[in-house]
Design a protein around this ligand. Sequence first.
Ligand SMILES: [Zn+2]
Ligand SMILES: [Zn+2]
Length: 156
Amino acid sequence: MEYKTTESQRLRAKEYAQTHKEQVLAYRKWYNKEYAEKRAAYQRSYYANNKTRLHEARRVYGHEWRRKRLLELRAIVFAHYGNKCACPKCPETNHDFFTIDHITKKARDRDKGKRGISLYTQLIRLGFPDDVRLQCINCNWGREKRGKDGICPHML
Ligand SMILES: [Zn+2]
Ligand SMILES: [Zn+2]
């Protein structure tokens, strides 16, 4: 036999809901509780069956999040330090070539062991101290190679 919800059935259901508000509410409560338990049980078994995959997803997501955060903070810090290599003769503006150069020993000691997110966070927290500057890795390397005088080979 074919079963159809007729218009009159619908109206009756509506009327019932209106005149039995408490019963309907109680039913909903019961249903939600039942449903919540079933859902939790399902999630538990899903987690158990997909542990490795879920851990991997979380790891990748965490990695992406950190990378995004790093680029955001980096952009803030680099913009403050001029978005350009501090060497007067260097035209470098590409963020991927930049490094934070510590001018004084005090600055070096203060930021010791900090890099990436922790370094950028520190510089922002300190209000962008002027004892560090932006330098491209080329000029940084060149100056280091020259030892004590610290002059960029560009400037010779
Ligand atoms: Zn440079
Ligand atoms: Zn240079």
